[in-house]
Design a protein around this ligand. Structure first.
Ligand SMILES: [Zn+2]
Ligand SMILES: [Zn+2]
Length: 137
């Protein structure tokens, strides 16, 4: 087991640590992940449940469990809305939103899945001007 990496939600109420090795790292462009994250894609690291330890704020976590079996579930901080790790109902795998980690996970993305479903503006976004900080205004 490698050294634990800590993670947190935006408000910091939910804190966890997780140790590798991790099984997979998928950038998922499916329409459900785009809607669920409000962004171009989900960035999900997969591992097993026993790798996770909650450090704080477990009581702030809410699970969204859909009625339809083919809709993804998610867990989030009820104070700030950030996605936090959860166990997939389908696979039983622990899914860690990569953006919630405090440090590099030591694994690069394996692939972009559901590429055909990517946002219409995604390719253009990759080509767009790179600005080191926020826009000047
Ligand atoms: Zn929070
Ligand atoms: Zn997806």
């Amino acid at each position: 087991m490698s050294e634990a990496i800590k993670g947190a939600c935006l408000c910091g109420r939910v804190q966890y640590q997780v140790s590798g090795p991790f099984d997979a790292f998928h950038l998922c462009h499916c329409s459900q992940c785009r809607r669920s994250t409000g962004s171009a894609h989900a960035a999900n690291i997969f591992t097993s449940e026993d790798r996770l330890e909650w450090l704080a704020g477990e009581e702030f976590i809410k699970r969204y469990t859909p009625d339809e079996a083919d809709v993804i579930s998610k867990c989030f901080c009820t104070h700030c809305g950030s996605l936090v790790p959860y166990t997939s109902l389908k696979s039983g795998k622990l899914i860690i939103p990569a953006g919630s980690l405090n440090a590099a996970p030591g694994i690069d993305p394996d692939d972009n899945i559901y590429w055909r479903d990517r946002a219409d503006w995604y390719d253009a976004g990759l080509q767009a001007q790179k600005v080191e900080q926020g826009p000047d205004d």
